[in-house]
Design a protein around this ligand. Structure first.
Ligand code: HEM
Ligand code: CU
Length: 645
């Protein structure tokens, strides 16, 4: 089977290379995509990567569910099962959820705040390519050398050299390290973008809720990711340089790794779920045609979650003997998060209440999310009760809980965001009929798959076991669960089919405001011109675009959104191939270290250094778009320039 996968990877690669050469698309690919610093294109590349990784992680999931479908299956060997749950968890969290949220950050944030790009466009490209090559590195482990197999958290001593000789764990460490650098940079980039690049008049209390959620996620990225960097660096030193940070016999302590890991790991789940909350807030307001109920309490709850989620990491090891005092503190802190989360759910419900609710695909996924999160949240509070966790710990109850919040929260949120901003990205919408079918397959499959796992947890089935014997009484629930997983697979295929179908037949968005939206991105044509705003607007209200439409309808003077400054030449960053080259160098360095080939490692790092030095001597990094070119583009979109109105 691994062989088959290898062969198909090679064949697909050859096919892609052939198509590109045949249609002479290399130059186009390089100029338009590989060297771009445009946040909209970077967002699209993140989106494509995230969907591909969702596919790969999903195939892993189906392989595992096939192995567990009945007792004593011989579909996968124990070693394969270990490798698959490890790469599944790692890919899903770091190479699916992270790029998926970065996709919506990039697609929506600058447009929502009335900016022409992010604060550091060149750094943004570096972040993307670091993520991309890190993902390639991790996926390569599957083909060359052996996959990591110590679980997605890779605790020592399991991941220490004596227990895990092969290069698999090195792949894990280096891939996470490289993508982590990119993520920290993205966190800083969007933090600064939101604080510094807002259009005039957009005070923080007029910031769209999605941007608030991104701000919360960025704060968490900036404070949490360095802990992961430290944990991985120390583990790498243990593995390739004979260090003993985490080896008991030489005076080290694995608990240090476990603490560092979860100091990052717990905030990480909020990093990926906060942006989903942000998407739901935008979607609910737009499709209820109402201002979001309780904006201030929404903002407060985002910030409270941001702070508390950083303080609860030890609930991941209640059973490791920290003692009752510590456990109680972390149990109570964990439960408190339910309060702001509850506030948010009720706020969405109140917004819908008495609104004129429409239910196209983005809203469907949002509605689907609410019961999911209610169940996932309730089981989370159950897990947070430290004494009870001695029972649930590492059982299928836990597996069911975290999938319910990760899928029901993050994945539903990102899919909702994808449907919502698709017309803005591509200029056409996705097909509603296919979208409805996809949703129902996925959503029903989701309950069929994960509800039985709560029962399995109660019946004592532990996680990370590759098979079980018939006498346990687990067979029926496992069979049902696997059927559910296949149903979700069908849902995914329907989404993919929708994307392909709509590229040809999707309804075109000619107005730029296909949902009758509220925030600034809908004031632009779809897809937006590469400079976004010909004239930066003056914002005088929350939901300024919606309010300005209302004022126009009522025949009043439009004060909510104004275009005061005249048209000026537009200052833009130049494309650059260096982020790509720099990331290739990182890849080479990482690949060298995986196999302890220090020469290759050093060469890679020299390349990285050279790229950085060259950049610091580069002064010609930007240009101006002349006024007549902007006028020309805007006319082509059928728009009068706002200044001329
Ligand atoms: C398509 C739906 C999915 C199915 C059917 C599925 C199934 C599974 C299975 C069978 C396991 C292994 C359980 C075990 O033996 O311990 C697992 C583990 C895991 N899954 Fe999923 N999964 C899905 C989607 C996701 C998503 C979207 C995420 C994250 C965003 C995710 C994150 C994880 C993590 C972190 C682990 C733990 C890996 C480890 O123990 O090291 N899964 N999943
Ligand atoms: Cu946690």
């Amino acid at each position: 089977m691994i062989y088959g996968a290898d062969v198909s990877i090679v064949l697909v690669t050859i096919a892609i290379l052939f198509v590109l050469t045949y249609y002479k698309k290399w130059g186009w690919l390089w100029r338009e995509w590989l060297t771009t610093v445009d946040h909209k294109k970077i967002g699209i590349m993140y989106l494509i990567a995230a969907i591909l990784m969702l596919f790969r992680g999903g195939v892993d999931a189906l392989l595992m569910r096939t192995q567990l479908i009945q007792p004593n299956m011989h579909f996968l060997k124990a070693q394969h099962y270990n490798e698959i749950f490890t790469t599944h968890g790692t890919l899903m969290i770091l190479f699916m959820a992270m790029p998926f949220i970065f996709a919506v950050f990039n697609v929506a944030v600058p447009l929502q705040i009335g900016a022409r790009d992010v604060a550091f466009p060149y750094l943004n490209a570096i972040s993307f390519w670091l993520f991309f090559f890190a993902a390639m590195l991790l996926n390569l482990s599957f083909v060359i050398g052996g996959s990591p197999d110590a679980g997605w958290m890779s605790y020592p001593p399991l991941s220490d050299l004596p227990f895990d000789m092969g290069p698999g764990e090195n792949y894990y460490i280096l891939a996470l390290q490289i993508t982590g650098i990119g993520s920290i940079a993205t966190g800083i980039n969007f933090f600064v973008t939101i604080l510094k690049m807002r259009a005039p008049g957009m005070t923080l209390m007029r910031l769209p809720l999605f941007c608030w959620s991104v701000l919360g996620a960025c704060i968490l990225i900036i404070v949490a990711f360095p802990a992961l960097t430290a944990a991985l660096a120390l583990l790498l030193i243990d593995r390739i340089a004979g260090g003993h940070f985490f080896t008991m016999l030489a005076g080290g302590n694995p608990m240090m790794y476990i603490n560092l890991f979860w100091v990052w790991g717990h905030p990480e789940v909020y990093i990926v779920v906060l942006p989903a909350f942000g998407v739901f807030s935008e979607v609910v307001a737009t499709f209820s045609r109402k201002r979001i109920f309780g904006y201030t309490s929404m903002v407060a709850s985002i910030m409270v979650i941001t702070v508390i989620s950083y303080l609860v990491w030890a609930h991941h090891f209640f059973t490791m003997g920290a003692g009752p005092g510590v456990n109680s503190f972390f149990a109570v802190a964990s439960m408190i998060i339910a309060i702001p989360t509850g506030v948010k759910v009720f706020t969405w419900l109140f917004t819908m209440y008495a609104g004129r609710v429409r239910v196209p695909a983005p809203m469907l996924w949002t509605l689907g999310f609410i019961p999911n999160f209610a169940i996932g949240g309730a089981t989370g509070v159950m897990l947070a009760a430290a004494p009870a966790d001695y029972q649930y710990h590492n059982s299928y109850f836990l597996i069911a809980h975290f999938h319910q919040v990760l899928i029901g929260g993050t994945v539903y949120g990102m899919i909702a965001g994808m449907y919502y901003w698709w017309p803005k990205m591509f200029g056409h919408r996705l097909n509603e009929r296919l979208a409805k079918h996809a949703f129902w397959w996925f959503n029903i499959g989701f309950y069929v798959c994960f509800m039985p796992q709560y029962f399995l947890g109660y019946m004592g089935m532990t996680r990370r076991i590759f098979t079980y014997s018939p006498g346990m009484g687990w067979a029926t629930w496992n069979l049902i669960s696997s059927i559910g997983a296949y149903m979700m697979g069908i849902g995914f295929i329907l989404i993919a089919a929708d994307i392909i179908y709509s590229a040809f037949y999707g309804e075109r968005d000619t107005t730029g405001d296909i949902w009758d939206g509220r925030t600034l991105e809908w004031s632009l044509p779809s897809p937006a011109p590469h400079y976004n705003f010909a004239v930066i607007p003056q914002v005088n209200d929350r939901d300024a675009w919606w309010e300005s439409k209302q004022q126009r309808l009522e025949g009043k003077e439009v004060t909510a959104l104004q275009y005061k400054s005249p048209l000026r030449p537009i200052h833009m960053p130049k494309s650059s191939g260096r982020p790509f080259v720099l990331s290739v160098c990182f890849f080479v360095a990482g690949f060298g270290l995986v196999f302890n080939w220090y020469i290759l490692g050093i060469l890679g790092f020299l390349g990285v250094g050279l790229c950085l030095i060259l950049r610091s001597f580069e002064f010609d990094t930007d240009y101006y778009i002349p006024i007549d070119e902007v006028q020309h583009t805007e006319k082509a979109y059928g728009r009068l320039l706002h200044g001329e109105q």
